[in-house]
Design a protein around this ligand. Structure first.
Ligand SMILES: [Zn+2]
Length: 245
């Protein structure tokens, strides 16, 4: 019997949940999951790839505004899932009757459906995993990564960051060319929220940032608005954010 739990509204096994959370850690974003695993016949367009374990779809739209994420963010989400051992692709509405999403299959999951297993093979072979069997349109950097390898290389990933670890992460992202300067700054804000003391403070800082952006203010102004509502701010993080601006 497959072992899955209900997680953020979908069915997933624990290995896949760990991988999702690690990918979020890698890219500094919180994902919205639109389809999980163990979902036979649930979504016709998925062609059986979500019937077993290890499959997840991640929304590429802002949950609040419905706006499509900019390309750099769509690709950052895909890349983060690849980094921790998913075979994954950005899917768009021109390919099939589905909304923009990242479709991700956990490489090495013991309960992959046959269709999902085929997609892992397609990924390894540089294909897009669709019936069209087109070329993979993403970076090939992490094709040989598995979750077990990634976790071994990042044993402390669940612990809160120190400022130094955070600076290192930002540097990694920059080196990969996976983020623009603006994205790096947004990342810094996420970290400031992450290290805030209370959930309320984090939510308030998040709102202040989003409201400032919605009001047409600059990123600097939005960062200032968000930091203004946080109490104890880690000065090193602010400095890192500035240096990456
Ligand atoms: Zn999918």
């Amino acid at each position: 019997m497959p072992k899955f739990v209900r997680y953020r509204g979908v069915r997933l096994n624990q290995r896949t949940i760990d991988m999702i959370e690690a990918a979020e850690w890698v890219c500094g974003l919180t994902f919205v999951l639109t389809q999980g695993s163990y979902n036979p016949g649930g979504v016709q367009g998925s062609a059986g790839t979500h019937d077993g374990g290890g499959a997840v779809d991640i929304s590429l739209k802002d949950a609040r505004t419905g706006m499509l994420f900019p390309r750099v963010r769509r690709e950052r989400i895909r890349n983060a899932t690849r980094q921790v051992g998913f075979a994954s692709w950005v899917r768009d509405p021109s390919q099939a009757n589905w909304p923009w999403h990242t479709h991700a299959i956990a490489i090495g999951d013991r309960e992959l459906s046959p269709a999902a297993r085929d997609q892992v093979t397609a990924y390894k072979n540089g294909r897009n995993g669709l019936a069209s069997n087109g070329r993979d349109d993403g970076p090939r950097t992490w094709v040989n990564v598995t979750w077990e390898k990634w976790e071994k290389a990042h044993p402390n990933w669940r612990e809160p960051f120190t400022a130094a670890q955070y600076a290192k992460l930002m540097q990694e992202i920059k080196t990969q060319g996976a983020a623009t300067r603006q994205e790096i700054r947004r990342q810094a804000i996420w970290m400031l929220r992450y290290s805030a003391q209370t959930v309320d403070e984090r939510a308030a800082a998040d709102r202040a940032f989003d409201d400032a952006i919605a009001a047409g203010q600059s990123l600097e102004q939005a960062i200032a608005a968000a930091t203004a509502v946080l109490s104890p701010i880690n000065a090193a993080l602010l400095k890192a954010a500035k240096e990456n601006g």
